[in-house]
Design a protein around this ligand. Structure first.
Ligand code: GLC
Length: 421
């Protein structure tokens, strides 16, 4: 086998298997948080054993914004180095032209997926990527601290602000000086867009670009939401939150140093894991709303697997992404990493319910998520989002009031859109 492989290496990394099939060397590029990469590697090992192909992981930085920049370079250079890309749920409209249409290859499995997950990856009738997992954030809280201070789980952002301040005061008086009230993703990147969309929508302030492409973000509800968020910096949230991404927030919360955290589902398995200092002390609930009569908002997240049009191993790559999204692998991912599956049936799996109750519990939240306006803003989504997160980051940093920054944002978005998106 080794000899055959060596003889064949001239042929685009291919080797002949004993069965007569060609074994290929594939490359998957993948960003990760928590245990994503560890679980991916163990699933790739199984794929290798079953098929004879080999798969190398190219790791990306944690930030989806940094990944996007690098992916765009590879794709516009039509690089043959990467076969499979793990793609953010928002990217299909911007990157569609670089990926293989999966419609035919998935005809036998498509009906197993939650329909909206496939719709989000379909651009002009082309299925750009296969959904690997979805995400809807939660409010993580320290049950033990709420109990100690006789506090309810907050239902509104104002309640969260008050409860955090009250507990902080008590704990700091007892010498717990490292404790923070609320941690979230406040760095200037796509993660802040997700957080701020939730604040704004939960105050009835709409989205930074509406689904029909209109721009109404310069409104009093949005300003109220951002003004409250700005008041957190240096009070219930550390100044450092302005540089936090997902893993920074989790690090603080998991080490016992935050009362509340906004984070994606992956954090659950870790904060409740055997080696977590806060194991057994954590509750999860929906993010707060803006007030009575208003509803909580959760931004839709998630990651997809696409096969590059420039790959020299397209068939084997399609086999790989079908494998990684099959029932068994989604079930394992749900149990080990608390990543919500994209296959309907996994939500009804008794082992998943027993070992990771967060998954069925979160199904209604996942069903009601708020999508980022990537379909509306099309190729300009990334720029539109970056204008939004910049306006929010400025407001949080005390660089201009919310009203001023929203008014400038509206003008910038209108200019970016031009006559149409
Ligand atoms: C998570 C989400 C992704 C989002 C990112 C922002 O990875 O799954 O959709 O863009 O967070 O940081």
């Amino acid at each position: 086998m080794t000899l055959i492989r060596h003889l064949m290496t001239g042929l685009a990394g291919a080797a002949l298997l004993a069965t007569g099939a060609i074994a290929e060397d594939l490359t998957i590029v993948h960003g990760s948080v928590g245990r994503d990469q560890e679980v991916l590697r163990s699933q790739l090992d199984k794929f290798e054993a079953q098929t004879g192909h080999t798969v190398t992981i190219v790791s990306m930085p944690e930030s989806t914004t940094d990944q996007f920049g690098q992916y765009r370079l590879w794709l516009s250079a039509q690089s043959t180095d990467i076969d499979v890309y793990r793609l953010d749920v928002i990217w299909a409209p911007q990157l569609a032209e670089h990926f293989v249409d999966l419609t035919e290859a998935t005809a036998d499995i498509r009906d197993q997926f939650i329909p909206s997950t496939l719709e989000g990856q379909t651009v002009d009738g082309k299925l750009v990527a296969l959904p690997m997992f979805i995400g809807a954030p939660a409010l993580y809280y320290r049950q033990d601290l709420l109990e100690k201070y006789g506090q309810e789980v907050p239902a509104t952002w104002a309640e969260l602000t008050e409860t955090a301040a009250l507990i902080l005061e008590g704990e700091r008086a007892e010498g717990n000086s490292d404790l923070q009230g609320f941690v979230f993703q406040g760095a200037a990147y796509e993660g802040l867009t997700c957080n701020a969309m939730e604040w704004v929508a939960s105050y009835g302030g709409g989205n930074f670009v509406e689904p029909d492409g209109s721009i109404g973000i310069n409104n009093p509800q949005a300003a109220e939401a951002l003004t409250l968020a700005a008041s957190w910096i240096g009070t219930i949230a550390p100044e450092g939150v302005l540089n936090y991404k997902e893993e920074d927030a989790r690090g603080v919360f998991q080490s016992g140093n935050a009362i509340f955290m906004r984070n994606w589902n992956y954090a659950y398995a870790l904060v409740q894991g055997d080696d977590s200092p806060v194991k057994g002390m954590v509750g999860v609930t929906q993010l707060p709303s803006g007030g009575e009569g208003m509803s909580s908002a959760a931004t839709l997240g998630g990651w997809e697997l696409g096969v590059s049009k420039y790959s020299e191993h397209q068939e084997a790559s399609i086999e790989l992404i079908k494998f990684l999204t099959n029932y068994e692998n989604q079930k394992e991912r749900a149990i080990v990493t608390s990543r919500p599956p994209t296959l309907t049936a996994v939500y009804n799996d008794a082992d998943v319910a027993a070992e990771q109750p967060f998954i069925p519990l979160w199904k209604p939240v996942l069903d009601g998520t708020l999508a980022r306006p990537s379909a509306a803003a099309k190729r300009k989504y990334n720029e539109a989002s970056s204008l939004f997160w910049t306006a929010v980051h400025n407001t949080l940093s005390g660089n201009g009031a919310a009203e001023e920054n929203l008014s400038r944002l509206e003008a910038e978005l209108t200019r970016l859109r031009g006559p149409r998106w």
